[in-house]
Design a binder for this molecule. Sequence first.
Ligand SMILES: Nc1ncnc2c1ncn2[C@@H]1O[C@H](COP(=O)(O)OP(=O)(O)OP(=O)(O)O)[C@@H](O)[C@H]1O
Ligand SMILES: [Mg+2]
Length: 333
Amino acid sequence: MVERSLISVRELAVEFRADTGTVRALDSVSLDLRPGRVLGVVGESGCGKSVTARAILRILDRNGTIAAGRILIDPDTPSETDLAQIDPESKQMRNVRGARVGLIFQEPMSALSMQYTIGNQLIEAIRAHNDPGKTVARQRAIQLLGDAGIPRPETRIDAYPFQLSGGLRQRVGIALALAGDPDILIADEPTTALDVTTQAQILTLLRRLQMDKNIALMLITHDMGVIAQMADDVAVMYLGRVVEYAPVHDVFHRPQHPYTRALLRSVPDLRATPRQRLSTIGGAVPQSNARPTGCPFHPRCPEAMPGRCDTAAPKPVPPGEAGASCFRLEDAA
Ligand SMILES: Nc1ncnc2c1ncn2[C@@H]1O[C@H](COP(=O)(O)OP(=O)(O)OP(=O)(O)O)[C@@H](O)[C@H]1O
Ligand SMILES: [Mg+2]
């Protein structure tokens, strides 16, 4: 049985006002975050991964608006709420940020202040929701640092962020995201800034915490290797759209969308002969204000059908279902 969703994003569109006009950064994005499962969100730079995360948390830049769609938290329960409809500064939304959804950044320093000890910052985050008092909060902070794999947390708690290595700082970032005891975590490229060994350790930690606490994790990455290691389900994004949505096994063994296949070809093959050329995806991602007509991927698609793919856009993947947004698949069905 498929577990219920904690968050269902439905046909979400986000637009940014710019000097040159309005830019549509997301177009009909649907996805589900389920307890105990990892949704990997993958795609090249600029495809809308971070905008999706920021829209869910209602922390879009000031020139950004939700133009259409719903962000349902606790869908199909009496407490179902459409986060797209509530004031981003409201008490309810502030409670969602932290107590329901924890956010882990690419660069932990963007979540941490240099002026305060990590203990002060963690204790403040713990006390922001459901204040248990100073002494208990400090005990909880030490516990969280320990859970995040920080050695000797009872002394490290009084360190300043700049006294820690990048890997330890990201562990503090994870502890901070868990401070409000959320059941959903969004990690936006959490290991991109780290060296390979540290990256593997942080991913293992995230996976363990996510499973222990039955957390719904949305893991954003541009790395198919990270997807293979971490994800249960995968949303492949291209130019603001989810072009393929499927269980991780299917993405690797029977990818449906030409873009997914291209992404997989660009992963270095361990069995490749040395210095064999890596396959790369031809062409670059267009600017989102220069969105091609028709299927957004058609200018780079090796399987594009002239007169078809350049004139109309294929249907989005139906919300809540697996599939790919491509005319070749619509035709086959
Ligand atoms: N404040 C803004 N104003 C205008 N356009 C924006 C703004 N923020 C994001 N965008 C646009 O939205 C699109 C998606 O950006 P987003 O940051 O979500 O990409 P991404 O998939 O996270 O890329 P990366 O892998 O580089 O982090 C981009 O084309 C970007 O230029
Ligand atoms: Mg990003």
